[in-house]
Design a protein around this ligand. Sequence first.
Ligand code: FAD
Length: 412
Amino acid sequence: MIEKEVDVLVIGAGAAGLGAAIGAAREGVDKVVIVERDERSGGILNQCIHNGFGLHYFREELTGPEYAERIKNIVKQYPNIDVKVEQYVHGIDYRRKEVSVVSTEGVTIYKPKSLVVATGARERPMGGILVPGTRPAGVFTAGVAQRFVNLENRLPGKKAIIVGSGDIGLIMARRLTLEGVEVVAVVERMPFPGGLERNIRQCLKDFNIPLYLSHTVVGIYGKERLERVIIAQLDENFKPIPGTEKKFDVDTLILSVGLIPQSTLFKDFLKIDPWTKGIMTSSSGRTSLNWIFAAGNCTVIYDLVDWVTEEGSTSGKFAAMYVKNNWEPAKFSVEKGQNVGLLFPTWYEEGTNLNIYIRVKKPLEIGTIRVKQRNNLLYSKKHANLMPSEMVNIRIPESKIGAGDIVVEVVE
Ligand SMILES: Cc1cc2nc3c(=O)[nH]c(=O)nc-3n(C[C@H](O)[C@H](O)[C@H](O)COP(=O)(O)OP(=O)(O)OC[C@H]3O[C@@H](n4cnc5c(N)ncnc54)[C@H](O)[C@@H]3O)c2cc1C
């Protein structure tokens, strides 16, 4: 067993982890190490070969691999960052501040002064939608199908139906169509689509792929390979309406029913949001333990990679500040008010800017987003087309913020 002392250790080399390493290195600590279980850095970006990445961060529209390459090139400019791939973090002793990593070199115990968790998200599996019927081959999660098509040059099948209209489901509908798979439908249980408006247009409408809103899969049939999928319309209580069933003879079912923050390794010692499973953090990226920071999809599922890298960079910067001078200011809670479905971060730390990410509970054509701290109105602005599927980012500079708990609300 090898023991290594480092200033900042980052777990995961996706957009968040690479951003965190850059943030920490810029702050001037001597040794930043990223440990990544995959054989290369970049995370999920490597398999997202469509464009739509980087408009905010690089002011250019890039594909996922191009975005990853750009960030990796920035990382290379810092001699104090060491990116180590094929390293699996399998345990953390939070009392001793030790991180245990398995690789071909054996087990390494890292002793970081501060840690940034950037482990990304995992896909909600088949069990997540409780569909009756048989369990033949031909049922894939969207991420697995994407990996087959984009990285391994294999097709999952010939005729497919996709469950879930989030961005990943929509992008896979287009990708499979371009590769010659017939996509007969995208099925969504909510009365509105889950993905960005631009993806509805560019991935479904442009290819005449029908979207069935308020529908779900009620049957999956086939002996060895999938042969038939049955969908039905849902009532307002999400119960299938008898007589509305439609049959599709397909050999492939793609499940795109959500991402879950990858937080299992940390659930015994960090505060985890019981609803989203995300690691709860403050505006500096600090978790409920003062030496552990977190960023990216392991905290909240972001719409845009640009935000992920930026939040990663913030976490890395403050993780390095903790190493340099035990920086740990007062913190206040950030709470949900009216019509706020998702709110991030959980706490505000004095001395930081406040970057708030919200999703509304119910769609609103025009709504006013208000951020209040005691009697101070920190932010109040009208926003058009507020949809639960579209994350809104609000930035409040440190200079405007005082002491006290903060409430975020969306009013008509
Ligand atoms: C299909 C799809 C399409 C998307 N399209 C767009 C788009 O068009 N535009 C846009 O801006 N954004 C898009 N996004 C979102 C964006 O790509 C992600 O938000 C972002 O890349 C997530 O970065 P991350 O670092 O949080 O996670 P990841 O990229 O998942 O990185 C996490 C890393 O941690 C590693 N890891 C996890 N556990 C361990 C462990 N125990 N030990 C060691 N390493 C570990 C993983 O191997 C992985 O490399 C899309 C996402 C998906 C999935």
